[in-house]
Design a protein around this ligand. Structure first.
Ligand code: THU
Length: 130
């Protein structure tokens, strides 16, 4: 599967990051089952813990528009290494997107793709909640 467009959208979404506290800009792009793309960026609050990561911004945008099935999420940072989603985002990806591809992009536009279950093995999930 070719994720070139998804990667381009994630990289471009970095420009929308509102990150005056960390100055760390992140972009994300989420691919739906029927090939629509929802983008996201990190949005920071002066009460730091209320900050929303780029991945969750994209996921909540899509879900709030009625989307329920996804194929992949790309995340881009100005990092030497491939940026890797935080633990909170891994949980939300696992819960709301399932075992999708996670495309991690570095500052040079190079990427590495892994499955959600590889990044969050033994995930908690709704199967535990009766
Ligand atoms: N951030 C993301 O948006 N996604 C990640 O995968 C890692 C961290 C944001 C949160 C915060 O605005 C900034 O990066 C520094 O942690």
């Amino acid at each position: 599967m070719d994720y070139n467009l998804l990667i381009e959208k994630a990289i471009n979404s970095k420009a929308n990051a509102l990150a005056p506290y960390s100055n760390f800009h992140v972009g994300a792009a989420l691919l739906t089952e029927d090939d629509k793309i929802y983008t996201g960026c990190n949005v920071e609050s002066s009460s730091y813990s209320l900050t929303l990561c780029a991945e969750r911004t994209a996921i909540f945008k899509a879900v709030s528009e009625g989307e329920r099935k996804f194929k992949a999420i790309a995340v881009a940072g100005d990092t030497d290494d491939f940026i890797s989603p935080c633990g909170a985002c891994r949980q939300v990806i696992s819960d709301l997107c399932g075992n999708i591809d996670i495309v991690m992009i570095n500052k040079n536009g190079k990427s590495k793709t892994m499955k959600a279950s590889e990044l969050l093995p033994l995930a908690f999930g709704n199967k535990y909640i009766k």
